[in-house]
Design a protein around this ligand. Structure first.
Ligand code: DLL
Length: 443
């Protein structure tokens, strides 16, 4: 008679088996799938056929995975230019779902799924949750937004596919989130890391100590966050925080996930083939080098992506992971090539400012960067919340902290920022992706 543990172990092994494929088998599978997907896009999508023809290429020219860099890139501009349905490779009657991402500028982009695509998406989310140690019996509060954003439904189908209990609470309504977390005995939560911090702060105000609840795991993604942020989250809540990565254009959440070793994110390479390129030249970079992540979907039907330039900056880790997964890992995404700010000629990424702020004791991971221009010169103001203890300190202590923060930023970035210390809970919170930068330079 199998025990409950045997059943759980069997479920884990069945769902996660592709994570452990021996490398030669994985490479062979990738090549077969790559060939099929390139053929499919060539046959069904005008843009891909035209781009390949311009280079005198046909799918038959692809003889190994090493030939992939010969194919042209796909970019977000291609999605916008073919808005709404121009990159679909399946007829509309086979498409069972559309999602959209508003992006920061201009037209939204639309992404499509056939039934088989939804099944693949579910399977990678099941594998993601399993890698975080979740299983049947877990109660998962899904606070990613439901709707056109892929976070809500992606995590929902994955949680159900795992056999866990899912609470489809979506984002927002913070007090209710905390009540539900307490009353329903929630064991895992999915949301952006910045929203989770907001939940922790709000719980404290409501007199609820998250440490005392059954909550043990957080699956956080959809926005960049740092190691210091992870430490802050874990010590403020007592949970284990996992980083999950994905993007609408490729599938949504479930492209890559951390395992309990927390040393990079395993890419579900049997479905998403990664390359790293130099964002300026477009040339492929060797293993270990930092650059822009380019992804090719190997098994998507409705809207395959060939060599999609994600703009996310990372590096592939080629060393085996102690967890035994053969899937290659990528370093956490700290920045995007297009979120770089140029301030007085210096290249600045918001994540560097986060790291500089959190390196100084007394600050909280709630901050906003405000850029203005006066007399042709850029000014950077950084508003940062400080801990209640520090805030009630004497003026001298606050001034000391301000000086330490100015120095920390100057040390990391080489430029001066005007630091404004603000009371806890004063900066606006987001229920989804945090808005860190307000750029008023063109106003
Ligand atoms: O954010 C999908 C998602 C939902 C991922 C829930 C994880 C959890 P988009 O709205 O299309 O899709 O935004 C994709 O968000 O290119 C990255 O720049 C950023 N991003 C996503 N996950 C992470 C992460 C969803 N773990 C864009 N770390 C991506 C850093 C992330 N950035």
């Amino acid at each position: 008679m199998p025990t409950a543990l045997d059943t759980l172990t069997a479920t884990f092994h069945e769902a996660s088996a592709p994570d452990f494929l021996p490398a030669p088998q994985l490479r062979a599978l990738q090549f077969d799938r790559l060939h099929a997907v390139v053929q499919r896009t060539y046959d069904n999508v005008l843009l891909y056929r035209a781009r390949m023809s311009e280079r005198g290429l046909t799918p038959q020219d692809l003889r190994s995975l090493d030939d992939l860099p010969a194919l042209p890139f796909t970019t977000k501009a291609d999605l916008r230019d073919t808005y709404p349905f121009g990159l679909f490779a399946s007829p509309m009657r086979e498409i069972v779902r559309l999602h959209a991402s508003s992006g920061t500028t201009g037209k939204p982009i639309v992404v499509a799924y056939t039934r088989a695509d939804v099944e693949i998406w579910t399977s990678v989310m099941v594998r993601s949750f399993a890698a975080c140690g979740l299983h049947q019996g877990d109660i998962i509060q899904n606070a990613y937004g439901y709707g056109l954003f892929t976070g809500g439904l992606g995590a929902h189908y994955g949680a159900e596919g795992l056999g866990a209990t899912v609470i489809p609470i979506s984002g927002g309504n913070t007090d209710r989130q905390i009540q539900v977390m307490q009353d329903f005995g929630v064991t895992a939560i999915c949301c952006t890391p910045s929203y989770f911090l907001h939940l922790v702060d709000r719980a404290a105000v409501m007199g609820i100590d998250i440490h005392s609840l059954p909550l043990r795991t957080g699956i956080f993604g959809a926005e960049p966050w740092t190691e210091s942020m992870r430490r802050h989250i874990e010590s403020a809540s007592g949970i284990q925080a996992f980083d999950i990565y994905g993007l609408s254009e490729i599938i949504g959440p479930g492209v890559a996930i951390e395992c309990p070793c927390h040393d990079g994110l395993h890419i579900f390479e049997d479905h998403f083939y990664p390359e790293i390129i130099d964002p300026d030249t477009g040339h492929s970079l060797p293993p270990g080098a930092e650059g822009e992540l380019v992804l090719t979907t190997l098994s998507k039907h409705a809207m395959p992506m060939i060599r999609y330039r994600t703009r996310d900056i990372t590096a592939l880790i080629d060393k085996p992971c102690p967890c035994g997964r053969s899937l290659r890992r990528m370093r956490r995404i700290g920045r995007r090539s297009d979120d770089m700010l140029i301030i007085r000629g210096v290249n600045v990424f918001p994540s560097q400012i986060e790291a500089a702020l959190l390196a100084v004791e007394g600050t909280l991971p709630h901050y906003q960067i405000i850029l203005t221009r006066s007399h042709g010169l850029d000014d950077m103001e950084v508003h940062v919340e400080v801990t209640p203890g520090v805030f009630s300190d004497k003026v001298g202590a606050l001034e000391g902290l301000q000086t330490r923060l100015t120095r920390s930023i100057e040390h990391i970035l080489g430029i001066r920022a005007d630091i404004r210390l603000v009371a806890p809970n004063t900066l606006q919170r987001s229920e989804g992706k945090a808005k860190r930068v307000i750029d008023r330079r063109s106003c």
